[in-house]
Design a protein around this ligand. Sequence first.
Ligand code: ASP
Length: 324
Amino acid sequence: MRLLACLAATALVALAVPAAAQEDYPDGPITLVVPFSAGGPTDTVTRLIAEPMSRELGEQIVVQNISGAGGTLAATQVANAAPDGYTILIHHIGMSTAPTLYRNLPYNPLEDFETIGLVTEVPMTIIARKDFEPETLQELIDYVKANQDTVTYANAGIGAASHLCGMLFMDAIDTQLTTVPYQGTGPALTDLLGGQVDFMCDQTTNTTGQIQAGEVKAYAVTTGERLESLPDLPTTAEAGLGEFQIGVWHGLYAPAGTPEPIIEKLTAALQTALKDENVVEQFAELGTTPVPQDQATPEGHTEKLASQIELWRPIIQEAGVYAD
Ligand code: ASP
């Protein structure tokens, strides 16, 4: 027993980040892991904030895409990374749905990470390939009900926001459809544009430009109010889908045990990035809202994460959708 306790103590000392290293942090590039493919909304948001964050920290932030299993693969890797501030994660609403969706999730979002701060709130849009027959949301509902066996719905894997949105949609219209999982919105949207899949629901970050250019058909925005960037697009409620609403939020995480002074520096850099003129401007164009500064904090982030886990648990359980 004594030997075991001694070994455990040695391991803890070896893991701990020395005070000098905390003071000097950062002293080398920081890897910011994106849990989906390049070219998707999470990737877009990340690359926009990474630049001003790098400037503030005085070290390069290297964006690394680790896609798969609806974002849980990347989260698992970061949960197991050294808690030294050199490997951090951006994740979205999926961090709060995965604990219910996955029967064997290898991490606990509230225990295995330190929160750094929330980043954005992003609405979603229901869109289809441009030659898809239905013209309105009501027509879409009627069409998918009548063609349940042939219609395909693209998502970014179980745990992705697009999966959640599709699950809510199918639940709301009481119809199960064939889903086609991708490693992120980037490849899913490419296939939608190419006509390989019929429809999807994804963040405005990547759908706004395609909708404005008429490259996809858009049916509704999933928020309570219309968007300035897409004023003609009805809300799901206006278009006939009752209370169906979903907004995607992003947050930054570090592995549990990352020292507080390091988290404080990362939070400060995030807050600076969210005030950056270019970020504010680009976010607005993409229908994305930076969170208020008091939400770009570990406290605001933890509160949101905990309440979202509680919010989604009964909804997912009722829908009965699970993954292993
Ligand atoms: N928007 C995607 C989702 O469905 C992920 C991504 O950012 O690529 O969660």
